[in-house]
Structure formats: C-alpha cells, structure tokens
Design a protein around this ligand. Structure first.
Ligand SMILES: Cc1ncc(COP(=O)(O)O)c(C=O)c1O
Length: 476
C-alpha cells in the first residue's frame, strides 16, 4: 500500500497503460434484458453487455510489454521447440525441478496427474478442493477428502493462513485408511474456493513431514502461487525474497502443477518434478490428451508469454497490486458494513452472500441472487461461489459447510482504482437496498449437472422492483 500525504493508504499502480480496450455501460433496462436472456446466470452473459468483468482472474490478466515482446520469438517447431526450452528452464530455475511437462491449461495438467496416479478406491486428501481436480479424481474412481482448518469457514476470523491443512486430521486419516489408498496429498496455494486463502510455509513443512512418515507423494497446485508467496512474504517471512520462498516450498513437494492462466498470466499449464520415474509415468498421457511433449497443446506464443510471466511472478512489486486491490475493496466495503471475507485473500474480493441476504435461505441461492442483483445495479459481472456452483443444493451431501460467497475477481493489472470505487459504491447501494433482493429458483426445477449452464429465475419477481428503484434514483 502507498501512503498519501493525508495518511490514507491506497494500492498504487506501478505500471503504465499501453493498450486499452473500450468498455460500455449498458443502461439498467438493457442490463435486465441481458440478465433474462442469460437465465440470471452470470456465466451465460455476453461479454459485450458487461461493464466490469469480475467473473474470474483466469486467462483475463493484462500482459506486460515484455510478455508481448517475448511472443514474437515463438518457435512453432512441432518437436524440440526453443520456446519450450525457455519455458522448461524458467520452471526448473524457479522450482529446481528439471522434468517439465506442458499442458493446455491447469485441468489438462490435473488430468495427466490423476490418470497416472488415481485408481478405483483412491483417497486424495487436500487442504481444499478445486472443482476441476475434484471431478477428475472422482472420474478416475477416487474420492477427495478435504482437511481445512476450522477457521476456514469462520468468515470473520482473521487467522492469517486459512488455507492451511489440518495436519492432525491428515495423520489420523492416513493411519485409519492406510497410505496404500492415498496416491498423493494435494496442497492448493491460495485455496480458490475458500476465498483465495493462503497456507503457510510452516504448514507445508508439517504436511511434508506426514508425507515422509507414511511414504506418500506431496503435490502442489501452484496456480495461485504468486499470491501465496506474497502473503507468506507479508505474514510469515518478511525478509525472504519470493524466489527463495518458492524454492523452499518446491523442495517440499514431489510434483508441482499450475494453470498458467493465473500463474504466468498467459494461457497454458505445466507439471514439474525432479523424479524421472514420475516424469516417465506421466509423459505418455501428455501425448495422449494434451499434445506433443514440447507443446502440451499450448500455443508457442502463449508459452513465451508464460515464461516471462513466471519470472514476473517472482517480483514482489509486480505481484502485490492484485492482492492490494482486493484488500482495498474489502476495506472500503467494511466501512459500508458490507460483510466480506476476512482477511482478504487472493484473486478477488469475496462478499458473504448469506449475511448480506440474511432473509434469503441457502436453498434459494443467496450468492447467485446477489450476482444477478449486482449486474442489474452496475453492469458488473461477478461469480457465485456457493451451493449452486458446488452442486450441493439438491445434489450430493457435503460434510463441510459450503460458504455462500459472491466473488468479485480482480484480474492482474486490468482495473483502475476508480473502477474499484465504482464497484464498492454499487455494492454499498445494494446493501442499503438489500431488502428488495429475494432468492432464486431453478427455471426448469432441476439441479443441472453443470452450474455454468443453470438457468435461474428470481423468486417473486424482485428484479422488477430493484430496476424501478434504480430508475427512480436516476442511477445509470
Ligand atoms: C487453484 C486452481 N487449480 C486449477 C485450476 C484449473 O485451471 P484451468 O482453468 O487453467 O484449467 C484453477 C482454475 O481456476 C484453479 O483456480
């Protein structure tokens, strides 16, 4: 944060904008039409109708001039590409793991990993799931066991590492089930679905000790590693360079994979290991599912951009802006009494849909209702991160409470401070008018297999009341 002479602290951008894209703010009536056509599901909105796209930070980050310049030297050789050599060297340089497999995106890497290691009856413990790996583990006959800290579900707790894995429960599980059923333990950096919450280096070390004790592999999902390094740098190891923290973490893990749509700010993914046998076991599945061993289905231009993006992810000055923007939004929203997740995590500002809409039951998808209301009130597209996307209303039982969050993603270097202030202002307006917002129901009455495709309907037609209020107050 940067301190102004007034004492106010703001996240100051240490970059210049070189290329811009014009965005349009559709008027409220048009926004309601767009929402209706999209079945009130922000995933089904058309980008042209969106003013600020805060759906995700995946593949939506701004690139640096150096990334764009590097794209010009892409070598499209089918095999043995120079671009891949540079990509592999950069990953090996950061993680000290010389065996690198490319993948078209994060879930491509996850598929290769799971196809290689997961079997019928496998159990994969983790700090928290991400949807793509959970569904892949299940598809290969395995089961996910989540072992978060209790603090992870206390949205007010300021516990600094809510992404930690509960080591006691992990050890109990391994003792109970036996390590033979556990192909690997997965740790996710800045666990996405609990609000981008980091784990500590100390916790990773403790998880590693359990892995050694039971002879189980440790796998790191590094998609949000840059921000996890940032938080460790701020909260645990203030004097250690990010690159050194990354090397320390990597030394504790057997396999590291990531989505370069986040880590590297380009489109692609990769798996890295120091074990040649593991590399040899996974490599055939890269060829089968992704592409040749030196492309993995990635465009070489994107691979060049990712190589530079990974280097930039080691620079605290380049990493800090997105989490500081998230921090700023949460702080400003708190001043308006809007319930947000504490402490602010990576990738986006998370609003607690349950407390925002206390009068709406979980069965009526409060976070999805809030996403629809926010789009109507502002043209901002956010993402429901709750029971609907988890598939847990009308779906399978979940042993853990599912947070009902509205996520406003802050892609890296995309928004300006005034755009964030606009978002805060409109969320604050909605909070003051929250009694006008009701719940949602599924338009076809059934829980769809895929929440992305769900068509919803506001219960009782509250969207018309909200529109009238907007028009009456003359809000554009
Ligand atoms: C933590 C995490 N792991 C894996 C993935 C999957 O990556 P991709 O979308 O590139 O397939 C994501 C995507 O958002 C993610 O957040």
């Amino acid at each position: 944060m940067f301190q102004l002479t007034t004492g106010e602290e703001i996240p100051l951008e240490f970059h210049r904008t070189c290329i811009v894209r014009q965005v349009r703010m559709a008027p409220p009536r048009e926004r309601l039409e767009a929402l209706r056509s999209a079945g009130f599901n922000s995933f089904l909105l058309q980008s042209r109708d969106v003013f600020l796209d805060m759906l995700t930070d995946s593949g939506t980050n701004a690139m640096s001039d150096r990334q764009l310049a590097a794209m010009q030297q892409a070598d499209d050789a089918y095999a043995g590409s120079e671009s891949f050599c540079r990509f592999r060297e950069k990953i090996a340089d950061i993680f000290h793991k010389p065996f690198v497999l490319p993948a078209h995106q994060g879930r491509g890497a996850e598929n290769v990993l799971c196809r290689t290691l997961v079997r019928e009856g496998s159990i994969v413990p983790m700090n928290y799931h991400f949807s793509s790996i959970r569904d892949l583990i299940r598809a290969y006959g395995g089961e996910v066991v989540e072992l978060p800290m209790d603090e992870a579900f206390d949205l007010d707790s300021c516990y600094p590492f809510k992404g930690n894995c509960h080591v006691g429960r992990l050890e109990d599980l391994l003792r109970r089930e036996g390590p033979e059923r556990v192909p690997f333990i997965r740790m996710e950096a800045c666990a996405n679905l609990i609000g981008g919450q980091p784990f500590s280096l100390e916790n990773l070390r403790a998880v590693r000790a359990v892995c050694e004790k039971f002879g189980v592999l440790l796998v790191l999902d590094a998609s949000l590693l840059a921000e996890n390094l940032h938080f460790i740098g701020r909260r645990e190891r203030p004097t250690t360079p990010l690159r050194e923290i990354a090397a320390e973490m990597a030394a504790l893990c057997d396999i590291i994979y990531f989505s370069a749509r986040k880590f590297g700010c380009a489109k692609g993914g990769a798996i890295a290991t120091a074990s040649e046998p593991l590399y040899r076991a996974m490599a055939p599945f890269v060829i089968l599912f992704e592409g040749f061993l030196t492309s993995g289905g990635m465009s070489m231009r994107e691979m060049e951009a990712a190589t530079v993006g990974l280097e930039e992810a080691m620079d605290p000055e380049q990493v800090r802006l997105a989490p500081e923007f998230v921090d700023y939004m949460c702080r400003e929203l708190k001043k308006l009494d809007v319930p947000t997740l504490s402490p602010p995590g990576a990738l986006g500002c998370h609003v607690d849909g349950r407390r925002f809409l206390e009068h709406v039951s979980t069965q009526e998808y409060p976070a999805a209702a809030l996403a629809a209301a926010l789009f109507l009130a502002s043209g901002i597209r956010a993402m429901e991160r709750g029971a609907l996307s988890d598939g847990s209303v009308g779906g399978r039982d979940r042993p853990l409470p599912v947070p009902e969050l509205l996520r406003l993603a802050v892609p890296r270097k995309v928004f300006t401070l005034s755009q964030l202030r606009y978002a805060v202002d409109r969320i604050g307006w909605l909070f003051r008018n929250r009694q006008l917002i009701g719940g949602m129901e599924l338009a076809d009455g059934e829980t769809p297999a895929e929440s992305f495709a769900a068509r919803l309907r506001p219960v009782g037609g509250w969207e018309n009341v909200l529109l009238q209020k907007l028009l009456k107050e003359g809000l554009a």
